[in-house]
Design a protein around this ligand. Sequence first.
Ligand SMILES: Cc1cc2nc3c(=O)[nH]c(=O)nc-3n(C[C@H](O)[C@H](O)[C@H](O)COP(=O)(O)OP(=O)(O)OC[C@H]3O[C@@H](n4cnc5c(N)ncnc54)[C@H](O)[C@@H]3O)c2cc1C
Ligand SMILES: *[C@@H]1O[C@H](CO)[C@@H](O)[C@H](O)[C@H]1NC(C)=O
Ligand SMILES: *[C@@H]1O[C@H](CO)[C@@H](O)[C@H](O)[C@H]1NC(C)=O
Length: 687
Amino acid sequence: MWSKRLYLTIVASFFLHADARSHVPRPHHYARSLHARDYVTESTVGDSYDFIIAGGGLAGLVIASRLSEDPDTTVLVLEAGESGDAEKDSIDPPAGTYYNSLVGTSYDWQHRTTEQDKAGGRSLPWPRGKVLGGSTAINGMYYVRPSEIEVEAWKGMLDSNADAATWGWDNLLKAMKKSETFTPPTSDVQTTAKIQFEASSYGTNGPLHVTYPGFMYSVVGDWTPSLEAAGIGSAADPAGGKNFGGFVSTLSINPGNWTRSYSKSAYIDPLPPRKNLHILVSATVTRIVFGDKNTAGDHVASGVEFATSASGAKKVVKVNKEVIVTGGALGSPNVLMHSGVGPKDVLDAAGVPVVVDLPGVGQHLQDHLAAPVVWESKVETAGDIQTSGSDFSKQPATMSFVNSAIAYINASTLFGDSAELERRVAAALDSSVQTVPSKSNEVIEGYKAIYGASQKFLTQAVGQIELLLSINSPKAITIQAALQHPFSQGRVYIDSKSAFDPIVIDPQYFSHPADLAIMREGIKLARRIGQTEPMRSALGAETFPGPDVSTDGQIEDWLQGAVSTEFHPQATCSMLPKSLGGVVNAKLQVYGLANVRVADSSVFPLSFSAHLAAPTFGLAEEAADILKAFYKAPEPTNSDSFDPPSSPSETDEPDNNGASAILASSGTLVTMALAGMVTTAMASLFY
Ligand SMILES: Cc1cc2nc3c(=O)[nH]c(=O)nc-3n(C[C@H](O)[C@H](O)[C@H](O)COP(=O)(O)OP(=O)(O)OC[C@H]3O[C@@H](n4cnc5c(N)ncnc54)[C@H](O)[C@@H]3O)c2cc1C
Ligand SMILES: *[C@@H]1O[C@H](CO)[C@@H](O)[C@H](O)[C@H]1NC(C)=O
Ligand SMILES: *[C@@H]1O[C@H](CO)[C@@H](O)[C@H](O)[C@H]1NC(C)=O
């Protein structure tokens, strides 16, 4: 029923089968362990809701929580996975993300890419959370914001009408702050890790907890001094729009009890009883159902169809106002395509009737790629403490340690002459356009627009490579390098009529040669940092990839077989003008549809130097505000097409407020030594 975990543990898990009964009155108590008042079962779900949220992940739960603040607004969340309440032991302790991971279990979609020609012909695993909280229930909890330059570049790609103003840095910052409560580190932790932060850049009153671990290792304190000794300055206020340089990042952890803070524990569990918010788990959205077109010619969604299994009966819940698609970078394009909204050639081949031919759905896929350099450790690591099994290792504060030392490195540090790199990237546009996996002119124009915006970052204070310090393995220390602005763009698409079949993922890794060159220089820089004091003294021999991988050519060959996802796919339902292969406008509305929006990590059109959770929390807060404003305003012109709002058909008293919290997972890494200095020879660019 589920496959092996990636890392150290086997978890007892469960899989509930809700049977397919037709609507019956809601019972007074639930048979399932889903004690929280918001959960409904397939037989107690209402006939209609004002908003139906397709996907109870990061963004879906934020939006559900915010929209249901108005007691007169009814909200249903449909989530394909389980609640996660049975896996709190994995989800809640932050270090559970390494040592008790849900990756590889039934709480992970366990996607894989197609075989990647330029990455050793490998089919790479792409974990995604399949549980309430989505990927925030299994992620690494890095809570890192993008830079102001990047967020403004995204805004610059939108139609310059009033709506685009929603998405500048100032607004996203405000929205990210709204989502957070920041707690500074203890003075011990701050001193040990040499943490710098600017508290005023964080929120004080939001649902999500953002802080630092309760226990710190001395080698983390070697991070920023080693970077500084190598000429890379520290970021004093990385959350304030200048994330460039080295720093120790915040994490989404609740310092009150050292548990993971994620969209479920932050936005749902602490809520008082809310009759107007229903959550149905084990419910896979199979399609959006459309009624007539409105006077503007846009299709009006009348409901959402779901099923509890591929062979199970399908059921439709009616929607009074809007469907919000929040299935994530893979789930959202999947839902749209199975609803007949997507590229006509893809839908025709899959046998799905076309509702709207929208070529951008699934396109522009960008992902961060990562590879590790691993050394033997001369100092105690978190992995050593964990394997000791001591009482100390089990303390909540000890278990709150997760990796957080990070750096964003610009192109001139990597290549010396970043202007020359930019010229070469510009010159490569014509040939790289041939790699766009679409014949649509709109998608091709979008590729060029994203390319052009990313190209500008090469000469700006923007991270091209992220370095991460990982100490969660025993006897080993890893510095990972990760590509932040891929010029390679791929796509996701469907090849079947069943929404239960996996979406096909083709990121086209390294289809643009600059990506491999940037990664190569990132690996060389990781090695150089490992050779710089004080880090050097903490490290023994490089064990991976080791001294046999030293020339540029050897590094590139090795990288193709060694890279893996950094878990940040995005842009598959890009917020761009339709003429650029966009899927949603600046109000998150899907082109051609009257009352369907996408609001999750799939809409960022441009890759950021960041991990995606923080900007997605901001985006989801912003989405809720957009929806609230929209429905407070005079009724939309297409409102005649909607049924009048009605409440879910339940009259019981709300159940007791159930509180709960959550779990975790993520990757570990890797190895080496070579006295590699960063070379700046232009010959080792690409071409
Ligand atoms: C292993 C791992 C480690 C990561 N580490 C970090 C990190 O340290 N820091 C960071 O910032 N980011 C990290 N990320 C990325 C981050 O968690 C995601 O970018 C973020 O959660 C995306 O939010 P989302 O709302 O777009 O999608 P998700 O949070 O993935 O939510 C999508 C939800 O939709 C549901 N769904 C999908 N299809 C359907 C359907 N048809 N019907 C019903 N429900 C459906 C899914 O089950 C899921 O619950 C990591 C991700 C992974 C997988
Ligand atoms: C790139 O990084 C280096 C090292 O931190 C810094 O000195 C330089 O000013 C940066 N360049 C830009 C354009 O930000
Ligand atoms: C941690 O504290 C939060 C409240 O701050 C609570 O909702 C949650 O249930 C707690 N988790 C555990 C495991 O105690």
